[in-house]
Design a protein around this ligand. Structure first.
Ligand code: UDP
Length: 320
């Protein structure tokens, strides 16, 4: 039996491929390398370079590798880009993902772990956000994640397929082997570290949010803790447990200014900032209620201090 990892050449995907292999799982990766990097994967990991909407290739992988489980990471992830180019997000994150999930269901692959997002909640009406909070996304990106959760719920009702939708809060940090490398980079922590490294100013998007310092608050979770939850989700599904959705966050938040201040203390370098208007589609505050992941998956994050998360990324940047 093998685990099919779509988007395995991306940041979180490559961390989870490493973790699966350490645990002795057989892994096969499907990635079109439009955003991922071949060198994020060890050379002996089988890689099929194709879109997830290529049903014939998906079917071939399932048959050739006896796939019993799929972790679906592949997708576009930038809120701002989704606001500018919603058609692209619907086509890639929804159109292609539906083809993937239908192909899995047709081939009797029963276990699916789906990379969802806190963006499904939109502007929270209650904090911290529990999984039963209404889904009302404020961006095309969030809409595509919500729709795919609904598709999985419907497929689960009609077939043996069951799914865990993992609603990521803000993945950050690096492992010894993998780091965040988006092109273009849009995420706060890598941009703050880049600003520290090269002295150029970084932008703060929005200083008039209804938060204590006026900047937006997010729940930052270390990528290795995030990855560990995927392995637990697979165990949950292989025990025959039902379709569900689980938040992945540490349960406390940090503002953009707090992230920048922590990056300054980790690096010992003062970061120059430019205050900008809000970025379209960004909610003021997203902080997870993290107890479902603990209770349902048995998950406990290990690296919860923001300084440790940022330091893991900074140490990577400092390598010769
Ligand atoms: N952000 C910022 N400057 C940047 C990048 C991000 O102020 O150069 C803010 C962004 O508006 C959001 C927070 O930092 O409030 C986290 O953004 P990121 O893109 O890292 O993750 P997201 O929450 O959008 O998934």
């Amino acid at each position: 039996m093998s685990v099919l990892v779509t988007g395995g050449a991306g940041f979180i995907g490559s961390v989870v491929v490493d973790q699966l292999r350490v645990r002795g799982e057989r892994v096969v990766v499907l990635d079109d390398l439009s955003r991922g990097h071949r060198d994020q994967l060890d050379a002996d990991v089988p890689l099929y370079q194709a879109p997830v909407g290529d049903a014939a290739t998906v079917r071939r992988i399932i048959d050739e590798h006896s796939v019993d489980t799929c972790i679906h990471f592949a997708g576009l992830i930038a809120v701002g880009e989704s606001v500018k180019n919603p058609g692209l997000y619907w086509r890639r994150n929804v159109g292609e993902s539906i083809i993937l999930f239908e192909t899995l269901a047709d081939a009797d692959v029963e276990n699916v772990v789906f990379s969802s997002s806190a963006a499904v909640y939109g502007d929270p009406i209650e904090l911290p956000i529990r999984e039963d909070h209404p889904r009302k996304p404020t961006s095309p990106y969030g809409n595509t994640k919500m729709v795919m959760e609904l598709v999985l719920e419907d497929l689960s009702a009609a077939s043996p397929l069951r799914a865990v939708s993992l609603r990521y809060f803000n993945a950050a940090g690096a492992t010894d082997r993998r780091r965040e490398r988006h092109d273009p980079e849009t995420h706060l922590i890598p941009l703050a570290l880049r600003a520290a490294a090269n002295g150029t100013p970084m932008k703060i998007f929005g200083t008039d949010y209804p938060t204590p310092d006026g900047t937006a608050i997010r729940d930052y979770i270390h990528v290795s803790d995030l990855g560990a939850a995927h392995l637990l989700a697979i165990e949950y599904l292989r025990c025959g447990e039902p379709t569900t959705a689980v938040n992945l966050g540490v349960g406390h938040g940090a503002s953009v200014r707090e992230v920048i201040a922590t990056a300054e203390s980790v690096t010992g370098i003062q970061i120059n900032v430019e205050e900008m208007p809000r970025r379209a589609g960004d909610p003021a505050e997203l902080v997870a209620a993290a107890d479902t992941a603990r209770m349902v998956l048995g998950w406990t994050p290990e690296i919860t201090a923001l300084a440790d998360i940022i330091a893991s990324a900074w140490h990577w940047e400092q390598r010769p």
